[in-house]
Design a protein around this ligand. Sequence first.
Ligand code: NAD
Length: 556
Amino acid sequence: VDAVSPRGPRPVRAPRGTALTAKGWPQEAALRMLMNNLDPEVAEHPDDLVVYGGTGRAARSWDAFDALVRSLRDLEGDETLLVQSGKPVGIFRTHEWAPRVLIANSNLVPQWGTWDEFRRLEAEGLTMYGQMTAGSWIYIGTQGILQGTYETFAAVAAKRFGGTLAGTITLTAGLGGMGGAQPLAVTMNGGVAICVECDPSRIDRRVAHRYCDVRVDDLDEALRLAEEAKAARRPLSIGVLGNAADLVPELLRRGAPIDVVTDQTSAHDPLAYLPRGVAFEDLDAERAKDPAGFVRRARESMAAHVEAMVGFQDAGAEVFDYGNSIRGEAQLAGYGRAFAFPGFVPAYIRPLFCEGRGPFRWAALSGDPKDIARTDRAVLELFPDNEPLARWIRMAGERVHYQGLPARICWLGYGERDRAGEVFNDLVARGEVAAPIVIGRDHLDAGSVASPYRETEDMADGSDAIADWPLLNALLNTSSGATWVSIHHGGGVGIGRSIHAGQVCVADGTPLAAQKLARVLTNDPGTGVMRHVDAGYDRAAEVAAERGVRIPMADT
Ligand code: NAD
């Protein structure tokens, strides 16, 4: 990357160890995390600069990547680099409390905020799709998906089953890229999972990667194993080969003792959901032969699938939509009770958002897994009473395979993240970890996202589409000492459907970093509490009152 002439695709790997290649740790951190996002171990399609999530990129072009690297290496500790959709566009003199990098990705004036216009501009080389953590340089591989799924099932357990899924059976379907995290997330919460999947290769892959315990091709056998494990309160995940539109209704007919039901088949795209009566091997041919007929049959099958989910709910099970639009597709097929069960954010995640809880992730710039092991211990010591958190940290330590720089994620709330940041900075200062730690988060978050189909679905005051909140979040993090701050459009749910912001800080062991971390890691989740107080959530008002988040018009 030091070559004078621009070069094209090549394997990128972040430097490890304690030798600086930039003029300070904040700049070095941004440089290493940009490179880490593009590490072939981390990125889905590194040659195209695509990190994850469809076409979520870390840099607009290889020339832009080279220029970013040069700029970050030259950048002084009182300068700020501006990045416009993956391209460095300016360096300005600021001050040491200012972010070293400010990023804006994929933003369009609302009337032009469509995929068609975005793709036209992208083809002209004028913009880039930043997704969430791709263009903001804090993606940490599939661990992030696993942890979010774990947290959702932990919230289900807290709401209905006394804080654990032990002694319960969860029925779901879809063991694809994201859905494949479900079996492990359920067993990490102590429960039994039956996961229906029509593609045998997907089940085999999850078993090979230890995300799923066993593959069973026979429903009777699956049910027998699940019931045994449930009775013994033993965690077990079972991948069952079959079509969910057949097996979910069949399990309902049999009165199977299912406690939780959800789904992560690719229902958002009716051309990717296998209709009943079609063999998996014939899927491609059937789809090509008659796409319109295929969509109609897929939707009819989804209606049968959703009708059985509603049947389980009527029988007392906890049932929720996991963000794949299966309710909407079933409704299009004419099923009238499709929306009888809720989406996962309003059902489980919003109460966490009211406490400013959300994803908190960090990476060891040393590249040494021992540094993450040390921070894991620190988190366990800091929050000894949080049993789901402790279980996650312990199991992640045993079962999560690192991609790129060693990293960890867990959910922490207002009043917790700043304490973790302080402790991590102390570990760096005392030399108990080999090099500085970067701390950031993704954008499935309490105060930094406006996304009416997900994070802000069904807000109490109807304010789902108000996007002032993520902008205030970014401005506040910029004012509080974050090392890099980003404002994005279209992550998660697509262009036109979301506005969201990110922040990353660096714990380099200095007293200045300690002050910045204290402010950013208090204020960032504080905007989550603020946003939910404003929308009228009582829990958020309680948290604000108890923990001292000052909300002018809520003060009495
Ligand atoms: P994917 O395409 O990788 O996997 C989908 C799986 O479903 C495939 O393995 C496919 O074989 C299987 N499948 C399709 N039809 C089936 C049927 N009738 N019976 C059994 N299995 C069937 O997709 P993914 O990345 O795993 O995501 C799954 C869905 O969940 C998507 O719609 C995604 O948007 C949604 N999702 C949402 C969130 C969220 O909102 N936070 C998070 C994760 C996933």
